[in-house]
Design a protein around this ligand. Sequence first.
Ligand code: SF4
Ligand code: SF4
Length: 493
Amino acid sequence: MIIVENQSSPLISGKYLIDEVKSTLKKMNKKINFVNNNSVKNKKKYLDTHSASLFWLISIGFLENKLKTNIICILKKLSSSYKNYNKICLTVSDIKFAEEIKSLFANKIVITLLTDPRNPNILKPPLIPGILFIGTSKYIEQEEHSGAAYLPEKESLAGKRIAKIFSRLYDKKDIPLFGVIGLPQKAMIEINRSCNLKCALCPVGNSQAKKLPQMNTFLFKSIIDTIAPYVWKVKLYNYGEPLLHENLPNFIKYTKDSGIEFLEISTNGILLNKDLGEKLIDTHLDYLRISIDGINQETYAKYRHGGFVDIVWENLQKFRKLRDSMGQKFPIIEVQCLATCYTENIIDELKIKAINAGSDRFRVKTFNAYMSGENKSKEGKCFLPKNKSLSRYKDYSNLKYKNKFKLQTCKWPFERLVILSDCTIVPCCYDFNGQYVLGSIYDKIENNQNDWWWTNERQKFINRINESPNSVKMCTRCPVGVPCLAVNNNKNL
Ligand code: SF4
Ligand code: SF4
């Protein structure tokens, strides 16, 4: 029996795609056990007991052996790292490859067959999309549960995006017939690298990050035009303070109007005045994270050099009142606190203060002593909390990660487009100085090229981290995908 699940994932909940799969399976006289997520009343419970999306790869045409090896390698890592995951759903057009996976992973993989949306009778490569790869986000990316997957009103948009992806891909005449187009699901766009604070371990605050120009409107819009057909979630920050970009509200509006379902910014909150706040609410921003690492100035200033905590608390309060007075529920407001030796004893107090001030969520983030690279790790150690349950490290002398945080399957280069403010594409947010450049979206836009995502550099980088992760120094310092300790919302208080 082949099971087709309408995943809770925004990636596969599109009616269009499901209907295609269903009708094809019917034609093949296969039994279908179809779970329609829309009929599930308690979505959260459903999400907790069923799989949701991790990332996906779509290949056009011929599936190179190299890609198959990559996929098997990822699946192996997933199954050994996340023993409790429910299942991985692999949608594949290459029947032989599906059989191979099945034999390797027994019941852990659910196979579905995917057809060309224009011609459901075709089931063979090289004419059809090869792979839609979906894993569970439950154990891999808990933070994402606070995102689109929990916001039912976003889901219908996701369906449109699926349709958009397939129709765009197949309308294009210039799709490469060989190789793989793995399309990014999420993008992180650094629109501004400067900052009004000088936080101790931030590479911008302590000048470890090179200075880069602000992203201009033309480039920003070109990037959004390029990625909007594929990407559902955009973070308009990486390093630097996004509120310093004077076009931020226009950028948000442009992004949302382009069909991106989920847009998030992260700020130190100092510049969040009434005027800007109104504009942000008007633009339909989805998520606003404000970093506040203290109740009083003394604690706050230990890390947030140059900031004034009273201003941030006041701005938070006013912003929440403004959102309420405008009758809006978005953006969701999250207060984030770094767990350091200065904040570890006030976390409960801070949480209560944050919720009372109007935050919808409160998040404690473990401190990253490598945030500014190896050079500054000694300084970083001075911020680590005494209470090791609030830390990602088990040994402070050599900054050894706790077992659960040690290097796991890295999904960043497969699914996330990270663009620095000078348009350089890098593998992930750790690479603040573009040590491992995977391309430049500026060149691609200038030269009207569409190979901005799956470049040779990306393939080489992925091969490297698959085959010998220890050879990439940046990766050996990275506890992939486990950035926070807890996320609590009002209901939990
Ligand atoms: S506010 Fe953010 S970008 Fe600015 S210095 Fe601090 S951590 Fe870096
Ligand atoms: S540093 Fe390496 S392992 Fe960590 S997210 Fe980046 S690419 Fe992945």
